[in-house]
Design a protein around this ligand. Sequence first.
Ligand SMILES: C[S@@+](CC[C@H](N)C(=O)[O-])C[C@H]1O[C@@H](n2cnc3c(N)ncnc32)[C@H](O)[C@@H]1O
Ligand code: SF4
Length: 366
Amino acid sequence: MAKQMISRRFLRIKFRFGEIEWRDPSTKEFGLYIYVPFCRMSCLYCPFYKVYFNERLREKYLEGVKKEAELRGVNGKAVWTYVGGGTPNLLRPEELRNLLSHLSQFVELGEVGMEGNPFEFTSKYLEKIAVAGVSKISVGVESFQAGALRAVKRAYANEKLIENVVKTARGLGLSVNIDLMVGLPRQSREGCVKDVETIASIGPDQVTIYPYIVIPGVKVDPGMRPRLMFDVIEEGWETLKSYGYGRDSIWVFAKGPRIYDTSKEELVRDYFGLGPSTFSTISDLQTVNPPIELWLRSINNSKRPTFHTRLDEESRAWRIFAHELYKLRLNPDVISKLPRKIRAVFSILRITGHVKGLEVTKKEFI
Ligand SMILES: C[S@@+](CC[C@H](N)C(=O)[O-])C[C@H]1O[C@@H](n2cnc3c(N)ncnc32)[C@H](O)[C@@H]1O
Ligand code: SF4
C-alpha cells in the first residue's frame, strides 16, 4: 500500500535534460557509486544500463571517471563506496587499484564494495582486489535452475564454482553477498527454495533474494505472480534463519553487520554516482548521467549534459520514509520528524495492520 503511494510520489518527480554546471553542491560526507557499464552477457531480466565490453572503450571509461570526479569536485569522506554495474569485474584488478588509489587522493575511502559475475572472480582476481582495497563483494548467481537461466540467456555457474568463490574470498577477509532471484520464467517454487538452501549451505556472509522486478528495460515476462515471489522469499527466510542468518531488510539476509546493499544506502545519504547513466543525489540536486558516448564527449566540455531535477523537502522526506519501510523496522525518532502528511500515512498503515508497533508486517509487502 505504502509502496504504491511512494512510487506515485517518486513518479511525480520530473527530470529535465539540459546542460548544467559540472560542480555539484558542496558536501564533505557522501556515498560514492562508481558505475561500470560493461557486460559480456545481456541477461533478459536485467534493466540496468550496459554496453558490450571492449578494451578500447574500457580505457576511455577509466580516464572519464577520474576526470568526472575532478570536474564535479568530489572531495571529502566517502561513508560508503560501491563499484557497481554492469559487471565491474571485467576491469582488470590493476585498473581498479589504480582508480581507487587515484580517487583516494581527494576522498577518504571507507569500506569498498564491488559486484560482479561469478566467472571473473577467480582466486587470482580475488587476491588482487583484496590488496587493491576492496573489502566486500556481491556475486550474481540468480539461480541454479538451468532451464530458467537458459530462458533469460544467462550463463550457468555451478555450485562448485560458487563455493570456490565464496571460500576463497572469505579466506582473504572479503565479506561475500550472493544475489538470488525469484520469479524468472521457468523457475519453480520448489527450485527457488532449493537454490536458497544450496547457497545457505555454502555459507556466504549475506544472501539477497530479489523478486523479479518488471520495469522498463526488462525483456522477458515473469514466471510467477508477485505474491508468490514474496511467499517464496518468506520460505527462503525460514531456511536462512536455520543457517544462522538474520534479516536486514525486505530481501537482505546476513550473518553479520557488514551489509552489502546499495539500494538502502542510496535512499538516505547524498551520493555521487560516477560513470555513464548513474544517478546522484547531492543536497537538493538529483542527476542522471547520459549514456557512455555522450558522457565521454562531455568530459572535455565546460558544461555537462544531464537529466536533472531539484528535490523539494517533501520528496526528501518520502525517501526517508521509504528507507524506514524497506528495512522493515521503523525508527520512532525518524518518523516523528517527518511531515504531518507522511506521519498520517504511517498511522493508516498501523490501523490497517501493515505496520504493527514499529515492525512492518508481511501484509505490507505481500
Ligand atoms: C546489476 S547486476 C550485477 C551483477 C553482475 N553483472 C552479474 O551479472 O552477476 C546485480 C543484480 O541485480 C539483480 N537484478 C538484475 N535485474 C533485476 C530485476 N529485473 N529484478 C530484480 N533483480 C534484478 C540480479 O540479482 C543481479 O545479480
Ligand atoms: S545481470 Fe549482470 S551480466 Fe547480466 S546484463 Fe545485468 S549487469 Fe550484465
